[in-house]
Write a protein that binds this ligand. Structure first.
Ligand code: FAD
Length: 352
């Protein structure tokens, strides 16, 4: 039998790094396997102009405050640099690019298959995010449509759409921000399943995190407190600018594609050259099938981050269902710490 690590973390984005930070302190012997050739996780594929909706101080992993302070909103490239520096500072053991294609458990040992060979560990943390599993709704006539159809995960900049008529689908932050940027160079049509809901101008990710923390504490004390939700649109500068240009109007979801455009049941049609679906993601858990049963919404059974179906497996960073605010830089530290505490206890019970 080859080397058996105490823990293997699948992924190399912010969630994997937060777990690595606490694993390093635990003294366990661990390894990160990341599919990407370079550090930064999915931030490497975000659109060029994307910046964080929380100031640097509220966008930091445990141990290192992101540079910029309490009033600075880091850019995509600064976030990638922060994650790269974080990884180097702590000298985490990361192998990349390594795509974990399947995980099984043989007599209490996890066996991870990759194109680079097999890896083994006593515990596994999956921190693979959602970016590689975009949701695009099935809409009639798509094959007939002569234009371009992409998901927000494929959008990089407005350059490819200059002078075109573009439908942007989705009432979340991605939809609003892509619409705002594109509307400066293209004729845009904003398509939303429900009317978009905008947060007050002064509310950003920092406020949302603080409010969500208050809700968490209130619930623990059996009280009721409902903060605004991140499902609402944060008024980042580009969206405020779009509002000033009066382009934040939306139409309801369309029902079919046609050769040159899109159409609604009531007979209305609109010519468009491109459609960009900003319709979200599902957790990237394919590598854990069939060992881990996945629910119809793409999630899996967990208690905190611990899998309820597979002993020795933890899921970190996928959103609130795997820990409060765990899909954010500031929130994932908390679930990472708790995860590593649980892993230490698990390994003491099962192997030592
Ligand atoms: P990822 O960053 O996706 O990293 C997962 C890593 O795992 C990747 O490197 C991937 O290649 C790798 N991987 C996947 N599958 C495998 C496999 N089978 N084997 C090996 N490796 C694998 N968050 C904030 O905190 N503040 C913000 O302001 C903010 N703004 C956002 C704006 C937008 C428009 C979006 C879409 C997200 C935003 N987020 C923000 C959220 C944040 O980008 C993500 O939640 C975060 O990147 C998730 O980190 P992660 O490490 O869990 O996943």
């Amino acid at each position: 039998m080859g080397k058996v690590y105490d823990v293997i973390v699948i992924g190399g984005g912010q969630s994997a790094l937060a777990v690595a930070y606490y694993l390093r302190r635990s003294g366990l012997n661990f390894l990160l396997l990341d599919k990407e050739p370079a550090p930064g996780g999915s931030w490497q594929y975000a659109w060029e102009s994307l910046s964080l909706f929380s100031p640097a101080q509220w966008s930091s992993l445990p141990g290192v405050i992101a540079p910029g302070g309490a009033a600075y909103y880091p850019s995509r490239d600064e976030t990638i640099a922060y994650l790269r520096d974080y990884e180097q500072r702590y000298n985490f053991p990361v192998e990349r690019p390594v795509d974990v294609t399947s995980v099984s458990n043989v007599a209490g040992i996890f066996v991870l298959e990759t194109p680079r060979g097999t890896y083994q560990s006593r515990a596994v943390v999956s921190a693979t995010g959602s970016f590689t599993n975009p949701i695009i709704p099935a809409i009639e006539g798509r094959e007939e449509f002569g234009g371009v159809v992409i998901h927000s995960s494929e959008y990089r900049s407005p350059a490819a759409f200059v002078g075109q008529r573009v439908a942007v689908v989705g009432e979340g932050n991605s939809g609003a921000q892509i619409l705002a940027e594109l509307s400066r160079v293209a004729d845009t049509l904003w398509v939303t399943l429900k009317p978009p809901s905008f947060l007050p101008d002064e509310v950003d990710g920092r406020y949302l995190f603080d409010a969500a923390t208050r809700q968490y504490e209130a619930r623990r004390q059996g009280k009721d407190f409902r903060p605004p939700s991140l499902g609402q649109i944060v008024m980042v500068p580009s969206v405020k600018d779009a509002r000033a240009r009066d382009v934040l109007h939306s139409v309801p979801a369309f029902d079919r594609f046609m050769k040159n455009g899109i159409g609604w049941k009531d007979g209305r049609t609109e010519p468009v050259d491109a459609v960009i679906f900003c319709t979200g993601f599902r957790p990237s858990l394919k590598h854990l099938h069939p060992m881990l049963p996945v629910l119809p919404d793409g999630k899996a059974g967990t208690e905190g981050t611990r899998s309820t179906a597979v002993p020795g497996l933890w899921l970190v960073g996928y959103g609130n269902w795997t820990g409060f605010a765990s899909a954010t830089l500031i929130g994932v530290g908390r679930s990472a710490k708790k995860t590593v505490d649980e892993i230490v206890n698990y390994l003491i019970k099962h192997t030592l």
